[in-house]
Design a protein around this ligand. Structure first.
Ligand SMILES: C[S@@+](CC[C@H](N)C(=O)[O-])C[C@H]1O[C@@H](n2cnc3c(N)ncnc32)[C@H](O)[C@@H]1O
Length: 255
């Protein structure tokens, strides 16, 4: 029988400080909650682009008073899937990070392979893999960086449900599912969550729901985050409509 979730996630009151366009929007509440649950000393993101996932992690670090650092690794030039983009993107991300996350967030503008040399084995609590999404690229990112993750640490894989163009994260993820402890969110373009074996047991309810609950409970957890994302989307729509109405009233008043 399915167990009650019995867990009020911090994301229930999460108001993102900055929204930028990204398909990661569907995973913001979970990303926010994961930080609160794991309280990572070190988080590394491979692939930041305009920063939506990274901002989510950083905001949660600050709002939960987590004593840790987040590294964003990106060449900030784009890849075959995002297309090439200009300097304005990097400038905007670094400005936002400087303003709100000084001492918490660091931007490493370089290739993933080069950044890997800067991290010791078994040193990362959360690794988010969100670079180029071909099968080969995701496999290379995993194989290069997995040894850097602490035993018991978490790896996130974005786009594990995206079956478009030459995206192959879904295929590599299916292989990982055979060998590791995993959980997959299917909504949006999918988010895979993988826990590296070993380390001290984390008894936080969210970790238990992800990796140690029956399949019916896991399905309810998935649905819970789908509902939360839809609710947030409606809230944002309502806020945009309200803003538009206020602007119209203002311009009518001026006429
Ligand atoms: C899908 S985007 C990241 C999306 C982001 N996490 C979000 O929340 O919207 C992928 C990014 O990875 C970067 N990238 C891809 N391969 C890379 C590599 N080998 N080294 C450095 N950056 C890379 C690209 O420049 C691009 O900005």
């Amino acid at each position: 029988m399915s167990e009650p979730l019995l867990y009020l996630p911090p994301s229930a009151t999460f108001v993102p400080r900055k929204m930028v366009f990204s398909t990661w929007v569907d995973h913001m509440p979970f990303g926010y909650d994961l930080i609160a649950a794991l309280r990572p000393s070190k988080l590394v993101e491979l692939g930041t682009h305009k920063g939506l996932s990274f901002y989510t992690f950083c905001q949660s670090m600050v709002e939960h008073d987590v004593d840790g650092v987040c590294y964003a690794v990106d060449c900030w030039e784009g890849d075959d899937h995002t297309g090439a983009y200009g300097e304005d993107i990097f400038n905007e991300v670094s400005e936002h990070v400087r303003e709100y996350y000084r001492g918490v967030a660091y931007l490493l503008r370089m290739l993933f392979q080069d950044a890997a040399k800067q991290f010791d084995a078994d040193s990362i609590d959360i690794l988010h893999i969100d670079g180029l999404h071909t099968y080969e690229a995701v496999r290379e990112d995993f194989e290069t960086w997995y040894p850097k993750v602490k035993p018991g640490g978490i790896l996130l894989f974005h786009d594990v449900e995206a079956r478009i163009k030459d995206f192959g994260a879904w295929k590599y993820w299916q292989e990982l599912e055979q060998d590791y402890s995993t959980f997959k969110f299917n909504h949006g373009f999918g988010l895979g969550v993988l826990q590296k074996a070993g380390g001290e047991e984390n008894t936080h309810p969210l970790l238990r729901l992800l990796f140690n609950s029956d399949s019916e409970t896991q399905e309810r957890l998935r649905r819970f985050y789908v509902h939360l994302c839809r609710y947030n989307e409606l809230e944002r729509k309502a806020a945009r409509a309200e803003l538009q109405r206020a602007r119209q009233q203002q311009s009518q008043g001026q006429q």
